[in-house]
Design a protein around this ligand. Sequence first.
Ligand SMILES: [Zn+2]
Length: 108
Amino acid sequence: MFCPYLLGGTDSLDNLALACFHCNRRKTNRVTASDPESGGTVPLFNPRQNSWREHFVWSADKLRVIGLTATRRATIATLDFNRERIIHIRAADLEIGRHPPADEPIAE
Ligand SMILES: [Zn+2]
């Protein structure tokens, strides 16, 4: 079956990534995006090929995702990782010890 969102790939499990509704809706079928700092087009973070722990760091207050490279910045901007609503959820989770996930780097 043809699906315009698969970009020639398949819908087999090894070609899919688990995502929440909000990130999935923002990503659509994009694999590149604009880096807000340089304006250049760069690949989006690919959870099947890239390691979250190697590419992202939490802000010192643990509420915002920080991107230090063009791909990271473009992914954060495209998926709106630091939208106000999710920051409130992280703050509530932080209070009960459910955030940030274990072993994820935090900026100093
Ligand atoms: Zn999400």
